[in-house]
Design a protein around this ligand. Structure first.
Ligand SMILES: [Zn+2]
Length: 126
């Protein structure tokens, strides 16, 4: 008694027409990435809405490889630590644009220039 062997070409054709399961590798990886990015981290000092205080964001590349990218808040956290160490943190909370009074025209001009400078240099320092 001899079993009938299925030709390889037929096996291959059947594989190509098989329905994809909902749990293919890409879907599993996407769910894993989603799960990682929903998890809440324990970093303190700054509340980040992007990484939920983990310090990194999971990204799925096109080849289904997971990579962890450092969140931009890590730079902010570093800067905040440096401000704290410098002893200027209290000054930064007391001396704000809102609290800078401008009864005279020259003070209003200074404030306007300072605000313009800050708007231009966002991302260039701090
Ligand atoms: Zn972050």
């Amino acid at each position: 008694m001899q079993d009938k062997l299925t030709p390889f070409s037929e096996l291959l054709r059947n594989m190509q027409t098989m329905p994809q399961t909902p749990y293919d590798i890409g879907e599993l990886a996407r769910r894993r990435i989603e799960s990682i990015n929903k998890s809440v981290g324990d970093l303190t000092g700054y509340d980040c809405l992007f990484c939920l205080n983990r310090g990194y964001i999971a990204i799925l590349r096109e080849d289904n490889h997971e990579v962890m990218q450092t969140c931009s808040c890590m730079e902010t956290r570093k800067n905040l630590r440096q401000i704290e160490r410098s002893g200027l943190s209290e000054l930064m909370t007391r001396y704000t644009f809102d609290l800078y009074l401008t009864p005279n025209a020259w003070q209003r001009k200074i404030k306007e220039i300072a605000r313009a400078f800050l708007a231009e240099s966002i991302g260039k320092w701090f």
